[in-house]
Design a protein around this ligand. Structure first.
Ligand code: DQA
Length: 155
């Protein structure tokens, strides 16, 4: 079974209360429920976590890598600053999709740069909670395709 870790970085535990004009009124618990529903439809096993601490996120990325799992990550502000998260993703070789609730490219200049995007399969941003579902679908699609290509041909 395909296993995906959905990782959330700093301040995302405040969703629903935090700058609702930017991030909306949906809480992280609501998003977790939406993700679990989508995972069930896709037949994916999901681990959903949040931390305000960079090192926890590094540990969880390494854990996903060791399990051969995929990652959907909203690293929050660490997206724009963390060489440690980038190294964890590239070092573990884990298929990763970077996501954001907001369209970071329509916001302040410092949000336009992502240190994680170059080591991710791709980036989804600007769709609110739907970014999580699109991210899950994207990483699932890539992992199914990679598994298919890795199998010896039947012919
Ligand atoms: C965010 C965008 C980041 O720039 C910001 O620091 C966040 C949330 C988003 O989901 O839109 O914390 O990752």
């Amino acid at each position: 079974m395909i296993n995906v870790h959905v990782l959330n970085g700093p301040n995302l535990n405040q969703l629903g209360r935090r700058e609702p004009q930017i991030y909306g009124s949906t809480t992280l618990a609501d998003i977790e429920n939406l993700v679990r529903g989508k995972a069930e439809t896709l037949g994916v096993a999901v681990t959903f976590r949040q931390s305000n601490h960079e090192g926890h996120l590094v540990d969880w990325i390494q854990e996903a890598g060791a399990q051969g799992a995929g990652i959907v990550i909203n690293a929050g502000a660490y997206t724009h600053t963390s060489i440690a998260l980038r190294d964890a993703i590239s070092g573990s070789g884990v298929p990763t999709v970077e996501i954001h609730l907001s369209n970071v490219h329509a916001r302040e200049g410092f949000r336009h740069r992502s240190l994680l995007a170059p080591v991710s399969i791709g980036v989804i941003c600007g769709f609110g909670p739907m970014s999580y579902l699109l991210g899950l679908e994207a990483v699932h699609h890539v992992m199914v395709e990679r598994a298919r290509l890795a199998k010896p041909s039947q012919h």
